[in-house]
Design a protein around this ligand. Sequence first.
Ligand SMILES: *Cc1c(COP(=O)(O)O)cnc(C)c1O
Ligand code: SF4
Length: 391
Amino acid sequence: MNPIESIQNEISSSFPTVKLSPKENRVINFFKDATPLDWEDWRWQIRNRVRSLDVLNKFINLTKHEIKGIQGCGNKLTMSIPPYFASLMDPEDPKCPIRLQSVPQVHELEVSENEMRDPCGEDKNSPVHGLVHRYPDRVLFLVNEMCAMYCRYCTRSRMVGDGQRTLSTETYNAAFDYIRSNKKIRDVLISGGDPLTMSDRMLEHIIKTLKEIPHVEFVRIGTRIPVTLPQRITFDLVNMLKKYSPIWMSIHFNHPKEITKRVKFACDLLADSGIPMGSQTVLLKGINDKPAVMKKLMHELLKIRVRPYYIYQCDPILGSKHFRTPVSVGLNIIEKLRGHTTGYAVPTYVIDGPGGGGKIPLSSNYILAQDNGVYTLRNYAGKQFVYHDPQ
Ligand SMILES: *Cc1c(COP(=O)(O)O)cnc(C)c1O
Ligand code: SF4
């Protein structure tokens, strides 16, 4: 059986009739001869990503800012949008959160003060190519440079893109050797690019090699694919991952609109396969900077068994001013979540220390005064309480 046949068999056994949503049907019609089975094939989605003005212009009404952005982004971060993700766009509304995240705007080409190419200082904490070793007991392994969709605010926009899809065998082996020889490393975070754009075989090779290292207790996968290309979460993939349990997954979700039936199906498969999932959300102006939007997102995540993990302050990459909010906006969002809703729905708000400080948690202050072991505290509703340390 060739790979396409096996995917199609898989689909027909899980979806007796492949039924696309009206939005998906609208977009698939722009692809000549494409069938719902093609649509469900993640490799078809990758091959047919929207990468040009001409194609995108067919199904959404582009603004001047977007047109200039698309024309100018070529030598920066390219545009690339899987048809599935494009189908979530509002064709008429330029403020649509899906559009703002995936379609370049002219503001991307404007560099502001304090913006950096590598805001988190990853390159200088890289002992061998592909690894970022900042915390003694865990390491970030950037296994590739390709993503399904290029997020316009990407903190790694200096390196992501379709150019170099995977690293060389020598590079992988040098990274494996480094991890093998550092007995303190107990947790490896596989990210990129997006590791799930790789084949199951390649991904399995990486996970298997890491899990064979005695001091590596578990691996984590950092990905946006369950959101931008949920078709990638196939039975074959989850069956492979299951063999290497425990594997944790951090998924990049930014807006309640991203949580569709199709995404729920993908997350159900992952959760049912015993993969605990956390979300990482980037705080973005005009997208999720309203407390009500963020609360809805957190609630929708819990409903699909994804535990909110981090909200990141948007990193000051070059041309990111139109996405960044003041820190007070993030603090206010957390304040409006903590105590006001399920504790599981409250992630940690962090700033990745510019230049390489790692994640620094921020929260509002609940200690009003502190004197000789006597604490004056306030609760979420503003009521005061006094707590005494043991004498
Ligand atoms: C985010 C990150 C990690 C993982 O941090 P956790 O708080 O454990 O999720 C590890 N290394 C680097 C370089 C990171 O940026
Ligand atoms: S999926 Fe992650 S690495 Fe890829 S473009 Fe988006 S933020 Fe960057």
